[in-house]
Ligand binder design. Structure first.
Ligand code: UN1
Length: 514
């Protein structure tokens, strides 16, 4: 096994050590839970140790955060934006090292590792502008000499529970918006990727310190979801839980937070399809399908999992796509010439092969059967070749989200509405796309009878959304929205105000009370 080059330099640049406490109240670092190794899927090498958090550690964080909130909520929103601006700059300074650590700890290609940090920087930029645009509406009162308006206030403590596949960006696109909203954030990252979280927390702590602000504006607790998740979801002091992960866990979180009438943003599973009609530019479509299916080794919630192709071009498209698949370079993701790195761990690999068995059992045909890659260049046991299966329909296994590079090819022969119905015929509703140069087809796809997903693109693939507009999906994807547009409203509480300057009591609805 060849050790990861540059590992020491990356750790040093991010102030990480061989052993790292995994809990921070913003000022001090500790971790009285289990100590774990963070293992790189690149080669199975231990990157560093992390002392995870315990329920007692969690209890230390919350009172500090409540104190910090009392200060932060009174800082004017544009000044809060200034802090986020500085965070964006700190991230720019660390982009190279942090992008590399994302790749080392999670396994995505280095281009995507840097892209993820860029997404953090982008959301900071957006949040800075948004901090001057927390608009509330005003309207005319039905009563003389009365005024009415709505305003938005901070919520309090926001719990961010993030997934392994975007170890840093999910935190950032919640944090940046929550901060300008005046909230304070507690981050529980996925247990497979604690080091990237520790690195981010350190970067932000230095910004807070420089500005003399209470550091518990941002806190971190690493550890298992099964141990810490329930604490967060059942705690009425945590006003909003933003959860990214599986539909299965999302439902549990929704129930628990719902029981105490808390707020949630749920960003759950996807089962994203690309429709390729006879009017499509096939090369454009195939390239986008390829990036959508194998980017992040098929482990994005926006990954393209189904491609539904019109009968008359099906064979040509399938051949073209298979040629593209043959050219995919797989290996160490730090090496820029590799398009696909390892899966996150051996469980993910096993899940892929379990799904493949189900595909075959349910009547699917494998055009590209996945193989485990072995040998020195692939140590760590997490490398596979991507799978391509031909299926006749949304089989039961096709309706599930297999978080791996497994793409289903489906043939359709009806009209545009029939193919839209196939694309909508799964429980999830995150992202979708159509490839066509026909205006009528694309408009129907975008209409009320079209895609039922939160994201619907034309000649743009399902993954790689920009942060400028709202991000999220419908149905089993959970309905939450993050990032741009008016997603900031979910991080604030709305208040309706009526002001009487008439000097008289005038009741609404014309009620007399004399
Ligand atoms: C995720 O996989 O959890 O659109 C989010 C994309 C990214 C976000 C993915 N901007 O692919």
């Amino acid at each position: 096994m060849k050790p990861i080059e540059e590992l020491d330099a990356v750790l040093k640049a991010l102030n990480l050590n061989s052993e790292n406490p995994g809990v921070s109240d913003g000022e001090s670092w500790f971790g009285t839970g289990k100590t774990i190794d963070s293992i790189s899927p690149i080669n199975g090498q231990v990157i560093a140790k992390v002392m995870q958090g315990s329920p007692e550690d969690y209890e230390r964080l919350i009172p500090k955060m409540e104190e910090a909130f009392c200060v932060w909520r009174s800082v004017p929103a544009p000044k809060r934006g200034e802090i986020v601006r500085q965070l964006g700059h700190a991230l720019r300074d660390k982009k190279d090292a942090l992008g590399k650590l994302v790749t080392i700890e999670m396994g995505k290609s280095i281009q995507e590792g840097w892209g993820e940090v860029q997404e953090m920087i982008d959301i900071c930029d957006l949040a800075v502008g948004q901090s001057r645009m927390l608009y509330g509406v005003q309207t005319h009162s039905e009563r003389p000499n009365h005024r009415m308006y709505e305003q938005w206030h901070p919520l309090g403590i926001v719990g961010i529970i993030s997934a392994f596949n975007f170890p840093v960006a999910v935190w950032a696109w919640n944090l940046a918006i929550a901060l300008i909203a005046g909230d304070v954030c507690l981050w529980k990252p996925a247990s497979a990727v604690p080091l990237t979280a520790i690195a981010c927390q350190k970067i932000f702590e230095s910004v807070l310190k420089m500005n003399g602000l209470p550091s518990a504006i941002s806190t971190l607790i690493t550890g298992k979801g099964s141990e810490l998740g329930d604490l967060l979801t059942e705690d009425p002091r945590v006003k909003l839980i933003s959860y990214t992960g599986s539909t299965h866990i999302g439902k549990r979180i929704s129930e628990r937070v719902g029981k105490r009438l808390g707020k949630t943003i749920l960003e759950l599973g996807g089962n994203n399809a690309i429709i390729v009609t006879a009017k499509a530019d096939l090369k454009l479509a195939a390239k986008n399908v390829l990036f959508g299916a194998i980017g992040t080794a098929g482990q994005r919630c926006t990954t393209t999992r189904r491609v539904i192709v019109e009968d008359s071009i099906y064979d040509e498209f399938s051949d073209l796509l298979q040629k593209y698949y043959d050219k995919v370079t797989i290996g160490n993701p730090i090496n820029e010439s590799n398009l696909m790195g390892p899966l996150v761990d051996s469980t993910a690999v096993n899940n892929l092969f379990t799904a493949i068995e189900a595909v075959e059992k349910q009547g699917g045909r494998l055009l590209k059967k996945p193989e485990r890659l072995e040998g020195d260049a692939y140590s760590g046991d997490c490398y596979v070749t991507p799978a391509l299966a031909e299926v006749d329909d949304n089989l039961p296994i096709v309706c599930e989200e297999t978080f791996a590079p497994l793409l289903y090819l489906i043939r359709y022969s009806g009209g545009i509405q029939e193919v839209i119905d196939i694309q909508n015929g799964v429980p999830q509703g995150l992202s979708s796309a159509i490839f066509t140069n026909d205006l009528r087809e694309s408009e129907q796809f975008l209409s009320a009878t079209g895609s039922d997903c939160g994201i619907a693109n034309v000649n743009v693939g399902t993954s790689g959304a920009e942060i400028g507009l709202a991000f999220g999906g419908e149905k089993e994807t959970g309905g939450g929205r993050e990032s741009g547009s008016d997603a900031w409203k979910a991080y604030m509480r709305r208040q309706t105000n009526t002001i009487n300057w008439s000097g008289e009591t005038i009741l609404a609805q014309g009620i007399e009370f004399d």
